[in-house]
Design a protein around this ligand. Structure first.
Ligand SMILES: Nc1ncnc2c1ncn2[C@@H]1O[C@H](COP(=O)(O)OP(=O)(O)OP(=O)(O)O)[C@@H](O)[C@H]1O
Length: 326
């Protein structure tokens, strides 16, 4: 069945969360893959699930999308209870799986038309939405080409376009940049960024810290099936303290420089070590000029200055005792 009116939810539910996940649990035999996961996503918000391989990201989103039954807990999409047998709530979400689901012989536009019809779109509305989506995923100029000629990254973008066609309230993307070249990766990230201008809520899973930092308003750090922490990038970094590191390498009067550096207001700790000094400071990019000048004036000849700022990788290490990437 097709209609000329794009399928959009009848009532916008601004204010209340688009997605509410509460106490979700899923076991596979003796393994608890998802162990009491709860989070919410507001309209227009991009929420990242950041965790290493096997953390439970795909299992979580499979339950969110109603593809997999939960052993415990509850998922609601737009206030509607989700589950494998539910039909209505699934109309409000789009799922972009890791695996590609496109027809290689069809052009990009034909693929979108085909999947659009499956969503009940047709006529002028389908044409209009297809053009909008092709723009959004940056494939308007390749709309007439068979997708078998596309690069891996372009196919991924089309996969995202298919998930977007029916203007879902919530779009779920499962590690959409795995295995693509850096240029395509950037194009994918730009497409996802553009979604927030559409007011869509996005659930984005990744094991790339840079992607979570760039795209997500809030991030849930997941490991061994549990949400270890949740918040904005800044909130998460506060968990491990907000101090940056400046490492000064050089010769001369290191001890004298260390004493002088302790007097600077931005400096919290100073440790003289081997051929240099390690400082913990607030806001290193602002403090570095005074640090370098003070060290120089105190008789230290610098050969290198290195700034390290805490990132989500450091937060993950702090919370779990292991690196995000193997
Ligand atoms: N159908 C299944 N049967 C048995 N174990 C499973 C099944 N699906 C997932 N698991 C296990 O559950 C755990 C979580 O897997 P999941 O795929 O959710 O992790 P992930 O964070 O998405 O990682 P990846 O990035 O590798 O997909 C893993 O230990 C995995 O082996």
């Amino acid at each position: 069945m097709t209609s000329d009116v794009a399928h959009r939810p009848a009532e916008p539910r601004t204010g209340s969360p688009v997605l509410e996940v509460s106490g979700l649990v899923r076991r596979f035999g003796g393994l608890t893959a998802v162990d009491g996961v709860s989070f919410r996503i507001a309209p227009g918000e991009t929420y990242g699930l950041l965790g290493p391989n096997g953390a439970g990201k795909t299992t979580t989103i499979s339950m969110v999308a109603g593809l997999l039954a939960a052993d415990d807990g509850e998922v609601t999409v737009g206030g509607r209870r989700m589950g494998p047998r539910k039909v209505e709530p699934k109309r409000y979400l789009g799922l972009v799986p890791q695996d590609l689901a496109i027809y290689p012989e069809l052009t990009a536009r034909e693929n979108l038309h085909f999947f659009g019809r499956l969503h009940g779109l047709g006529g002028a509305a389908l044409k209009h939405r297809t053009a909008e989506v092709l723009d959004l995923i940056g494939l308007a100029d390749r709309a007439k080409d068979p997708t078998k000629e596309f690069s891996g990254g372009m196919k991924r973008r089309l996969n995202i376009g298919i998930g977007l066609l029916h203007s879902p309230e919530l779009l779920i993307l499962d590690e959409p940049t795995v295995g693509v070249d850096p240029q395509s990766r950037n194009a994918i990230l730009e497409s996802v960024e553009a979604l927030s201008t559409e007011g869509m809520a996005v659930l984005y899973t990744t094991h790339y810290m840079e992607e979570a930092e760039r795209l997500c308003d809030r991030i849930g750090i997941i490991d061994a099936g549990r949400l270890q922490a949740e918040g904005t990038r800044q909130e998460l970094i506060r968990i491990i303290g907000e101090l940056d590191e400046i490492r000064l390498v050089g010769t001369g009067d290191t001890a004298g420089a260390a004493t002088a550096l302790r007097e600077l207001s931005a400096v919290e700790t100073v440790v003289a070590e081997g051929r240099g000094i390690l400082l913990h400071v607030r806001d290193a990019p602002t403090a570095v000029a005074a640090v370098v000048t003070t060290a120089g004036r105190s008789g230290m000849e610098l050969s290198d200055v290195e700034i390290t700022r805490p990132d989500l990788e450091s937060v993950f290490l702090h919370l779990t005792g292991k690196a995000l990437r193997d």
